[in-house]
Design a protein around this ligand. Structure first.
Ligand SMILES: Nc1ncnc2c1ncn2[C@@H]1O[C@H](COP(=O)(O)OP(=O)(O)OP(=O)(O)O)[C@@H](O)[C@H]1O
Ligand SMILES: [Mg+2]
Ligand SMILES: [Zn+2]
Length: 508
């Protein structure tokens, strides 16, 4: 006796089709599974056996062989408990389970169905292959139901699914009202106007938000660096629906979705702690997981107290910053995750924190300064487009609680600049000025003669690297976009250059 049920698997943030084939034949009573890694096989067998028994099913005293194909793709063990158990029941009890249902779910020993990671990517990919009906754990049913044009049925237990296929339990497909979720997407519980003074730093984060430029905030303690960083997502344009789905796929694979809030509707803000390992940051592991940089995709990755991160962790950001993706190796191949994040780092200029502070002296020794400085390599510094000095708040600003514009006001300009870029790059893979190729810089960055002259002088005086030079142009493109100017003028270049200046900051 043989049957085949359909399931799925995840590679990176893409889904693929898996056939679960079950064969029951005469022979020594045993269950054998092929197509899974060794350890996962035994665990799956034990779970399926107990779940069947505790749901009141007899396990046939025969030889049961299960094949998960294609065998060359690495599969996560727990997805297949439910289709395996249903296959055995189908053959031994004769219930009708149509082959076009895609079935996934982990079983617990008592027959309950547990949520699994990566349901959304599977539903999206298998829909493209023509599948329309999905059986998923109840806890995953809302995330699956955000996909248009499919029927998703969520279940709590093996018995319940069997009842459904026997026609004894009626079940409506899960529905979610996405408009409801997106309703409050522009209201935040913090606002840029809560930060007093710091107008220069605020301008810099506006530029960062508009062009996705990596930014560094340097200054003494208690000047508002962390406050500013946390408010960045409040001045960024809302995610489009497609972007929200893209981000949600990553959270699905990471198992970080709330079962009642099936979509990540806001740009993520991730701030890993300084002891985060390289793999926590970039992803990977035996069962590969997206890291913090991918969880920050389309949002902000905030590394506070930047020099405290391990050198290895800091260096691991180099490639993703360039590519907008990260590739991690694992047994049996490599996988890649999207990682187009806005990098924001904050730090004190020296161990005591007061280097360059007009009000307090720095008490660090030259050796301390040097050690601190050596923690951040040249190549990483080179990738940071905007370096901003955050001074102590001016007394008048603090006393007068002068706050300047609200997030909504700034966001309006950012949205316009992002829209200009959307038009500019509509036929390109590039989305933001910070990611322009050299070709695109040539094409989209016309300059006035004065601007060209200024840039020329700056190369000579500031000893810019090739990358540094390109970055100045990219940043000035964004500044011009924020002003709605087509041609880059000398004051745009001047402003961009100011963000690469090394004075006052021993670490640059
Ligand atoms: N510019 C500011 N406007 C309003 N409040 C501020 C400002 N700067 C600092 N504060 C107050 O000081 C607290 C600390 O600010 P924040 O954490 O942003 O400082 P920081 O620059 O990140 O310091 P550190 O270098 O120690 O991390 C804030 O919670 C806020 O109450
Ligand atoms: Mg801070
Ligand atoms: Zn110091």
């Amino acid at each position: 006796m043989f049957c085949r049920l359909k399931s799925g698997g995840v590679l990176g943030i893409d889904g693929f089709e898996v056939d679960v084939e079950v064969d029951i034949s005469n022979g020594l009573p045993q269950i054998s599974i092929v197509g899974l890694p060794d350890k996962a096989i035994n665990e799956a067998k034990d779970r399926v056996r107990s779940a069947l028994k505790n749901s009141g099913f007899q396990i046939p005293l025969k030889r049961i062989t299960i094949n998960l194909s294609p065998s060359y793709l690495k599969k996560q063990g727990t997805f297949y408990d439910l289709p395996i158990a249903l296959g055995i029941i189908k053959l031994s009890n004769g219930i009708n389970i149509p082959e076009d249902f895609v079935i996934m779910g982990e079983l617990s020993l008592d027959g309950k169905i547990n949520s699994v990671k990566g349901v959304l990517p599977v539903v999206l990919s298998l829909k493209k292959l023509g599948y329309k009906r999905f059986i998923v754990p109840q806890g995953n049913s809302k995330e699956a139901a955000i996909v248009d044009g499919v029927e998703v049925y969520g279940f709590e237990s093996l018995m319940e699914v069997v009842g459904f296929f026997l026609g004894e339990i009626k079940k409506e497909p899960t529905r979610v009202n996405l408009e409801e979720f997106f309703k409050d997407v522009e209201s935040f519980d913090m606002d840029l106007s809560e930060v007093y003074g710091q107008y220069e730093a605020k301008k810099a984060i506006e530029i960062a938000a508009a062009g996705f430029h990596p930014i560094m905030l340097i200054g003494p303690p208690g000047t508002g660096k962390s406050m500013l960083a946390k408010r960045l997502i409040t001045i960024m344009p809302p995610l489009t629906f497609e972007e929200a789905v893209e981000v949600t796929r990553i959270y699905s694979v990471a198992g970080l979705l709330d079962e009642n809030i099936p979509i990540i509707k806001r740009r993520p803000f991730r701030s890993p702690l300084t002891n985060a390992s390289e793999s926590a940051l970039v992803g990977g592991g035996t069962i590969p997981q997206p890291g913090e940089i991918s969880l920050a995709h389309r949002g902000v990755l905030f590394l506070d107290e930047f020099p405290e991160f391990s050198r290895k962790a800091i260096e691991s950001l180099r490639q993703p910053l360039e590519d907008g993706r990260v590739t991690v190796s694992r047994v049996g191949g490599r996988i890649s995750y999207p990682a187009e994040f806005l990098l924001v780092v904050a730090m004190n200029p020296c161990p005591c924190g007061n280097y360059g502070n007009p009000y307090k002296p720095c008490v660090c020794t030259p050796l301390q300064l040097k050690t601190y400085q050596s923690r951040i390599s040249g190549p990483i510094m080179d990738r940071i487009d905007l370096r901003v000095w955050v001074n102590p708040v001016e007394k008048e600003d603090l006393l007068g609680m002068n706050s300047g514009e609200t997030s909504a006001q700034v966001r309006e300009r950012v949205i316009k600049a992002v829209e200009i870029q959307r038009q500019r790059f509509k036929n390109s893979k590039t989305k933001y000025n910070s990611r322009m190729t050299n070709e695109e810089i040539k094409k989209y960055c016309p300059m006035t003669q004065e601007a060209k002259n200024l840039l020329k002088t700056a190369i000579e005086k500031m000893n810019l690297t090739g990358r540094g030079y390109m970055k100045v142009i990219k940043v000035s493109r964004t500044i011009a976009d924020l002003e709605g100017e087509e041609k880059i003028a000398s004051h745009h270049i001047a402003q961009a250059l100011q963000y690469r200046i090394k004075e006052k900051t021993p670490t640059l």
